[in-house]
Design a protein around this ligand. Structure first.
Ligand SMILES: Cc1cc2nc3c(=O)[nH]c(=O)nc-3n(C[C@H](O)[C@H](O)[C@H](O)COP(=O)(O)OP(=O)(O)OC[C@H]3O[C@@H](n4cnc5c(N)ncnc54)[C@H](O)[C@@H]3O)c2cc1C
Length: 490
């Protein structure tokens, strides 16, 4: 409803372009981990230079967090999108501690979590399941499972850990001190500096074949992991593949109550004017500032505009038109079911014979990529999460489940559809102050890579606003062919 008071208030909410070059208003489109991290790092790094005036953040949804979101089933909260963090995701860890959030680590039962690899007709591989609460029993079960895996996949299993460790170690360069770490103007330069670029030039499969991994390991276990984490096969880039494998190790964690609280906390402490349920439909370069128009009919002006969402499925009208490489998003359909799996669907006699995590190999007949037990409420009442590339029909779900009390479906434009060699959009969408954090998602899409890219964008903005650019920057230097920058032999 429009009242005179509302009209007056909305006039005051319009930002006025600042005439001073030392103080800029920033508009951020997207309140996920990338947008909220940009706001956080802008505030943190501009403490001494005070180059940032107001920060306006827009989200078309009624809540912050983007792809960090939860669902509630049977009174319990579960991650619906981004769920797990790696122990060396240091920005996420810092945010969690700084915001007084609680880390939810793996539970002792997770050691005995059973895995099955399903090909649509049979389980190709199954770990032993243990319902025992005894730590000793669980220890021996997990030992027996390691032996079983070793017998099936051989010595290559050990190589898997070292491939992931080398990649994670390279990534750790992004946490080095600002004094020794350049500001990057392109994704390519950012990846080359850390020794990660080469991994984006070929597929995970090619990388692993080159490293003499056993074909069975690649076709089964590794495919299961890339399908779970990126909904795609081992034809994704080597870097996205390594990140995906890192997300299958031990000591993974999450924020208790929901990872979205990181975004909420960062927004709260960064003096941000938050505009929820306000979709930006156009961004126009008007010389010294940008005009953003929203679906609510409002207009905002900022000297700096940050796009913190993938542009691939959006209809934002940029004037002048921007040009970025075409990229498809991989859709992942998350289906939550409260009920009970049907053992007959898997050719088994009892529900207890179905592994708690059913992963799948690449096969056109398979309608889902994975099913996992999120919670056992009782022997006859469980909550499951399924991922699939297409939406699952009720008819199919009625074959897979013998009991289905509640079903919840989310269609995520989840992450880039990865290719090799990968093409990257620019961080700077024009030669003024229009920035794109999610250009980095083509390297790998995670909460942490969002925060790492956001930190670089915040530094890029501040250095360009203060006229220091290109000092201490990497992107405009011509020579990047230092042999130290190549990816180490794996
Ligand atoms: C099913 C699934 C599982 C995943 N699992 C993991 C995992 O286990 N671990 C991990 O680290 N990562 C995981 N990811 C990836 C992770 O979620 C993303 O990489 C990360 O959350 C991206 O954050 P972002 O802020 O860049 O984008 P988003 O979270 O997508 O935020 C963008 C925001 O912009 C808003 N927006 C878009 N257009 C407009 C507009 N025109 N105007 C205003 N607002 C707009 C959107 O509403 C959204 O809130 C998963 C993703 C999915 C979908």
């Amino acid at each position: 409803m429009f009242t005179p008071l509302l009209i007056i208030l909305s006039l005051f909410s319009l930002t006025i372009p600042s005439s001073s070059s030392s103080s800029a208003d920033v508009c951020i489109i997207g309140s996920g981990i990338s947008g909220s991290s940009v706001a956080h790092f802008l505030r943190q790094y501009s403490l001494t230079t005070t180059t940032i005036a107001g920060i306006h953040m827009f989200d078309r949804h009624p809540v912050v967090g983007g792809r960090m979101a939860t669902v509630t089933i049977a009174g319990e909260t579960f991650e619906a999108g981004a769920s797990i963090l790696h122990p060396k995701n240091y920005h996420a860890l810092n945010f969690t501690h700084m915001l007084d959030l609680k880390v939810k680590g793996p539970s002792p039962d997770d050691n005995a979590f059973s895995l099955g690899i399903w090909d649509g007709k049979q389980f190709l591989f199954k770990t032993i399941d243990s319902k025992s609460k005894s730590q000793v029993v669980q220890y021996f079960v997990s030992l027996a499972n390691s032996v079983r895996m070793f017998l099936r996949y051989g010595i290559s299993l050990l190589k898997m850990t070292s491939f992931v460790e080398v990649t994670v170690d390279s990534f750790l360069k992004y946490y080095e001190s600002k004094e020794s770490r350049p500001i990057f103007s392109t994704v390519e330069d950012m990846l080359k500096w850390a020794g990660l670029y080469n991994l984006t030039t070929h597929t995970l499969e090619d990388e692993l074949v080159g490293l003499k991994y056993s074909p069975l390991l690649i076709q089964e276990l590794i495919t299961v992991i890339t399908r779970i984490n990126y909904g795609q096969s081992v034809r994704i880039s080597g870097l996205a593949g390594a990140v995906s494998l890192a997300g299958s190790g031990g000591d993974l964690w999450a924020v208790e109550g929901g990872n979205w609280q990181m975004a909420a906390g960062l927004v709260n402490r960064s003096d941000v004017t938050l505009h929820l349920q306000e979709e930006i439909e156009s961004v126009t370069n008007l010389g010294d500032f940008y005009e953003l128009n929203s679906t609510k009919g409002n207009s905002y002006t900022c000297q700096v505009t940050v796009v913190a969402t993938p542009l691939d499925e959006l209809n934002i009208q940029f004037t002048p038109v921007i040009s970025i490489p075409k990229r498809e998003l991989q859709h992942t359909h998350a289906t939550f079911v409260r009920g009970l799996l049907n053992p007959a669907y898997f050719g088994l006699n009892a529900v207890s014979d179905i592994p708690e995590l059913v992963g799948t190999i690449e096969s056109p007949e398979l309608p889902f990529t994975c099913i996992s037990v999120l919670k056992e409420h009782s022997a006859e009442d469980m909550t499951y999460k399924m991922f699939s590339r297409q939406s699952l029909t009720d008819a199919l779900l009625d074959q897979i489940f013998s009991i289905r009390k509640e079903t919840l479906r989310i269609d995520w434009g989840a992450y880039p559809h990865y290719h090799a060699p990968e093409k990257f959009a620019p961080f700077m969408l024009d030669d003024m102050h229009l920035y794109y954090v999610n250009a980095f998602e083509n390297a790998a899409s995670t909460m942490e890579t969002g925060a790492v890219a956001a930190e670089n964008i915040a530094r890029l903005i501040l250095s360009r606003l203060s006229g220091q650019w290109p000092q201490n920057s990497y992107g405009l230097k011509t020579s990047t062919s230092n042999s130290n920058l190549q990816h180490p032999e794996l």
